[in-house]
Design a protein around this ligand. Structure first.
Ligand code: HEM
Length: 487
């Protein structure tokens, strides 16, 4: 069969792909031109919903290699021996922009890893920052409504964005990071990545550790100034996609070293920072970075839609030896991703090749739209059954986790400190970097109303007086005006 010959989706030769059939040379179209109908109907359905956020992204395949033995902390097969290599797929993204947005925007970058391990897919769906704006998933939809377009003007709105951010003291750490020089990475290759949340490791003795994941760029951190980014966006909205694609295509494979921070389970109860608060880091002095391995990206996808647009990363995809934690944000995400993907891609999205496991699997689910794998044929679809089908695997059960306290919707803002860590970060910056932070913040606040700017200055001041004063100076606002009518 000659592969170049055009057929319909069901294999019938297409005799004419240039001219629609009409009644007479100048006449109306004929409904019987089934090829025209099929071609147009398929075209009409080519667009699928974009990701609610992280819509603009780039992906690549690679491999993860273990360089250090961490089997005392986890029994995960991926880490079972030095030298072990696991295939992976990575997707980078910006957060707020739509699918056609420019890459070089000031924004967090998504940094999602999918490891095709021999015990199932492990998705580590992280960002290029170690913390996040929020620590309660109830506020996540609001965050997105605030940073995306205004419902009336359809414009991105500094007013909405900063009104929301500044009302949440826990957001200051993430905002500070975004407004520093690192807020616009030069490319996806030039940034670190973080799992951000606290996850758990379970070892062969069924002991639990809390763990954070860090991936450090071997290309070096490089960033863009606001002015450089404006210049680039004027010429090239796809600067990150182009950089990643071309470097991989030219054999200049980007690499990251993979580290963990490990906390024994019992430490969580006494550590002075809530280890499950996503707005805070664990200082390295308390929990040092431990090297684990490295990953390299060495192959571009052949088809963007099939492999990148249809990729589905889900923090709920874990493997034996890796588990969740009480982090409320992580708990909220465990629902949201699979739910979004069932809507965006369909209930059988795990069958799409980029999402399918590369180990044997036997998953019980039946039917549903776009089931294409034979649907387990005549195998019984219920359990228990008398035919040894669908046997659960109790050996993989996690150890129990002690929980205490009353069920309640706890207000974490009344009893926690959200200013020390952004203050510490600020104090670590050089004087030049502080000036850049002030100027970036002032530009990003743009045309936001004065009371919103003042609220941000107050938040910065609470982290460090010099931070508040610097932002006020960059905005041309007098400190006396800042504290007038202070709450
Ligand atoms: C994408 C929800 C917080 C990183 C998404 C998507 C949803 C979502 C629905 C689109 C999924 C899809 O259509 O495939 C949430 C919720 C959060 C949350 C409800 C908090 C409660 C976070 C945090 C991080 C993160 C804290 C990083 C630490 C990402 C990344 C993507 C993404 C990297 C894009 C994944 C890809 O490349 O396909 N998020 N998110 N999100 N989120 Fe979140």
């Amino acid at each position: 069969m000659n592969n170049n010959l055009l057929t319909t989706a069901t294999g019938t030769p297409v005799p004419d792909n240039q001219n629609i059939a009409t009644a007479g040379k100048y006449g109306p179209a004929l409904l019987q031109d089934f090829w025209f109908l099929e071609k147009m109907a398929h075209f009409d359905r080519e667009v699928i919903p974009e990701r609610r956020m992280h819509a603009k992204g780039s992906g690549a395949y690679g491999e993860f290699i273990v360089t250090h033995d961490i089997s005392q902390y986890t029994k995960a097969d991926i880490f079972s021996e030095i030298g072990k290599t696991t295939p992976m797929f990575v997707r980078f993204s910006t957060v707020a922009g739509e699918r056609g947005a420019a890459d070089a925007e000031r924004d967090i970058r998504g940094f999602a890893l999918k490891f095709y391990t021999q015990q199932g897919n492990w998705d580590l769906v992280g960002n290029n920052t170690p913390v996040f704006f929020l620590r309660d998933p109830m506020k996540f939809p609001d965050l997105n409504h605030a940073v995306k377009r205004d419902p009336r003007t359809n414009l991105r709105s500094a007013d909405n964005n900063w009104d929301y951010w500044t009302l949440l003291p826990e957001a200051l750490h993430q905002i500070t990071i975004n407004m520093t020089e690192r807020g616009i990475p030069r490319s996806y290759r030039h940034m670190h990545g973080f799992g951000s949340h606290t996850y758990s490791f379970i070892n062969a003795a069924n002991e639990r550790y809390w763990v954070k994941f860090h991936y450090r760029t071997q290309q070096g951190i490089e960033s863009l100034t606001d002015a450089e980014a404006t210049e680039i966006i004027g010429k090239d909205r796809e600067s990150h996609q182009r950089d990643l694609y071309e470097n991989i295509e030219n054999g200049n494979y980007p690499e990251w070293q993979f580290f963990i921070q490990v906390m024994p389970e019992a430490d969580a109860a006494t550590y002075h920072i809530n280890p499950f608060d996503l707005t805070k880091v664990w200082p390295h002095a308390d929990y040092p970075l431990m090297p684990v391995g490295k990953f390299v990206l060495n192959r571009n996808p052949d088809n963007y839609f099939a492999e990148v647009e249809q990729a589905a990363f889900n923090p709920a995809n874990i493997v034996p030896g890796i588990g969740f934690s009480p982090d409320k944000m992580l708990q909220g995400r465990l629902f949201s991703y699979g739910d979004a993907q069932r809507y965006r891609l369909g209930v059988n999205h795990a069958q799409i090749p980029v999402n399918a496991p590369r180990c044997p699997y036997h998953a019980f689910h039946r039917d549903g739209a776009m089931r294409v794998d034979g649907n387990y044929g005549s195998t019984k679809g219920y359990e228990p059954n008398s035919f040894n089908q669908w046997q659960e695997q109790p050996a993989y059960k996690e150890p129990p986790l002690a929980i205490s306290g009353d069920a309640y919707a706890y207000d974490h803002r009344t009893d926690d400190d959200y200013y020390s860590q952004p203050g510490n970060l600020f104090r670590l910056l050089s004087n030049d970097s502080k000036e850049v932070l002030f100027a970036n913040t002032a530009r990003a606040l743009g045309d936001a109303q004065a009371f919103i700017k003042i609220r941000h200055i107050r938040n910065c001041f609470r982290a460090d007086a010099q931070y508040g004063e610097g932002v006020a100076g960059a905005l041309g606002i007098d400190m006396q005006a800042v504290w007038q009518d202070a709450e």
